[in-house]
Structure formats: C-alpha cells, structure tokens
Design a protein around this ligand. Structure first.
Ligand SMILES: [Zn+2]
Ligand SMILES: [Zn+2]
Length: 360
C-alpha cells in the first residue's frame, strides 16, 4: 500500500516535472523563434552539406587551389582591378548622382570588396566544385558527350547565354522566396550605389546562384568558358552598378546598362523588375523590363523603411558594426518590414516611355 502510494505520488510528480520541462522547452523554442529567423539556417545547411560532400570526394578530382586561383582572377585579378579602377574614374566624369568619393556607401562597399577577395573566393570555389561533383553524380546523363559538329566558339556563346538565363531565374527566386530575399536584401540596401556595390552581397547568397553552373556542366565535354570571358562578364555586371549616367540606346534591348540596372535598385516602386545580369532579353521575355527615362537616371536607391542596418543611418556610419549587422541580418527575426519581398504587382506597360511594367 505504502509502496504503491509512493509510486503513484512519484508518477504524478514525474508528470508535473515532465509537463514543466515541456513548457520550458516550448518557451525556449518560442524565444528562439522570436530572436532568430530559423529558415535562414536552411541555406547554411545546404552550403555545409554541399561542401562536406565536395571535401569528402576530394572535389571530384579537381584541383582546389587551381580553381580558387581562377576565381580570384575573375573577382579581384589584375584585369578586374584595372577595369574597376577605370569605372571609378568614369563615375567621377559622368555621375548619375554627384557625391563625395568617400561617401559612406563607398566606404562600406570597400569592406564587402575585401570580404569577397578573402572569404568569398575560397567559399565560392568550394561551393562550385562541390555542386559540380554532386550534379555529375546525381545526373551524369546531363553531360552532353563530345561532338565536333558544333564549333567551340558556339558552345562557349551558348554556355554564356544559358548562364545568364540561369542567373536571371536565380535572381527572380531571390525576390520571390522570403528566405532567399533575406540574404539578397543586403545588395538592395545600398543608397550610394557605385561600381563596388557589385560586391555588396551576402556570402551565402552564392548558394542560389550555383544554378548558373549547370550550362557549363552540361557542355563541359565540348568546351569550357575561358577565364577572360568570365572577367568580361564580371566587368559588365560591375559596370551596371556604377554611379554613371550611361544608357546603351538601342543596344539596351540586348545589354544591361547602369541606367537600366539602377531601376532594379530604386527605393520606390517594384524591385522585381530589370533582373538581368548582362542581357535584358530575359526581362523582356517575362515582361519585367523597365527601360530608363530622364526621370529614372537620378532616382534614389535602397530599401523602403531601412529594414536592414545601413551605414547611412545615424550621425556616424559605424562601418564595422553595421558590416557585422548586415552579415547576420538574414538570421534576425521577422519584424516590421523585415520580411519584405519585393513582389508587389504594378500594372502598366513595358517600353522606354513608360516606367512601369506588366505584372507577371
Ligand atoms: Zn535584386
Ligand atoms: Zn544590383
């Protein structure tokens, strides 16, 4: 009797203890949810898993250091630096908006340039080699066997065009999928755009742009894009971020100009337009092209309501503190304006005269 009473009271106590443990666990989970945006960790998980597979398979037999050197040449090699320097001069000669050479945004983007030159190059190499290895293992049939029918230059042109299309779709996903937008909004937060804004990206957003490697994997047996072509591609993408009053006239129906891309960064109106990296044809194909006018050249850029820390806020820029806040930004909890995904539809018509575009 005594022992069964003891065991009954013990089991009641156990239930109470378990109940309070469960309540505490759920409170902790709620607190975690409120202090962190947990879906952002899924991008970290994808990156870590990919790199783990790549590392354990010795990068699919590729030389890590050689691949890293090639990527470094594209990102911050001598040719890229000379081109960036030339663009910085053109920005002074023909600015879209007059501002100091030492504007806060410029100084902040120097930090992102250094981040790209140091951390992003090895990270990008690891991700690219790992993704290629996984793609070759999972879908070996995507690799088109070697053929001599198609000239090599045609293969290279095809890879470049298809790569640009993949970048367009990945960029669209960055604007449509909240967890990706959380990483992409940093790029849109720049209020003092310059050629260095091309580097203002979260290191982990490169996970979404791995899609652009697919054309190169498919056609690898028939030709690889020379590094010089990739430097040229990077230069085009850098130039379109420059603070230059530059349109391409009729050629804008094919190529992205600074005046065209600035519309993508505008603070007012839809930002999920003009998503093209080098070519405007994808925007036109999917009714997302907004061509520049006199009015759009000098428009303000950035994010409405500044949901992410920016160097322009406050009396002092606090570059390093803001830099850290920008990098951990995707993991901050959802709050007022912080979950913004730039998808609000605006009806209108495409074309040079009309600034709006047809909703998708
Ligand atoms: Zn964007
Ligand atoms: Zn941009």
């Amino acid at each position: 009797m005594t022992s069964s009473f003891v065991s009954l009271s013990r089991s009641r106590k156990d239930v109470r203890v378990r109940g309070s443990v469960l309540a505490r666990t759920s409170q902790t989970a709620n607190r975690t949810r409120k202090s962190l945006y947990l879906p952002a960790f899924s991008i970290v998980a994808v990156a870590v898993t990919l790199i783990g597979i790549g590392w354990s398979s010795k990068w699919g037999g590729s030389s890590f250091s050689q691949s890293m050197t090639s990527l470094r040449v594209v990102v911050v090699g001598p040719a890229t630096l000379i081109v960036l320097g030339a663009f910085l001069v053109i920005e002074r000669l023909r600015p879209a908006q007059r501002r100091s050479l030492f504007a806060r945004g410029y100084r902040q983007d120097v930090l992102f340039t250094l981040l790209n030159a140091t951390l992003v190059v090895p990270l990008g190499t690891a991700l690219a080699l790992s993704f290629s290895e996984v793609a070759r293992r999972v879908a070996p049939w995507v690799v088109i066997p070697r053929t001599s029918v198609v000239p090599k230059w045609v293969v290279i042109a095809l890879i470049m065009i298809a790569m640009d299309a993949c970048n367009w779709f990945a960029h669209l996903a960055n604007h449509r999928v909240r967890v990706l937008w959380r990483f992409h909004e940093l790029h849109h937060s720049q209020e003092d755009m310059s050629v260095l804004t091309v580097f203002r990206t979260h290191p982990l957003i490169h996970v979404s742009y791995l899609l652009a490697l697919v054309p190169g994997i498919v056609l690898l047996a028939n030709g690889a894009v020379p590094t010089a072509m990739l430097v040229l591609y990077a230069a085009v993408v850098a130039f379109e971020h420059s603070n230059t009053n530059f349109g391409f006239g009729a050629l804008e129906r094919i190529f992205v100009s600074p005046n065209y891309h600035r519309i993508h960064h505008r603070i007012e109106g839809r930002q999920d337009v003009n998503l093209g990296f080098a070519l405007t044809i994808w925007d036109q194909l999917f009714h997302r092209a907004v061509f520049p006018t006199e009015h759009t050249v000098r428009m303000a850029t950035g994010l409405p309501g500044r949901p992410l820390a920016v160097e322009q806020a406050g009396e002092k820029p606090h570059h390093l503190r803001v830099f850290v806040a920008q990098l951990v930004g995707p993991f901050r909890p959802l709050g007022e304006g912080s979950g913004h995904v730039a998808t609000s539809p605006v009806a209108g018509a495409t074309g040079r005269e009309d600034e709006e575009t047809v909703a998708w």
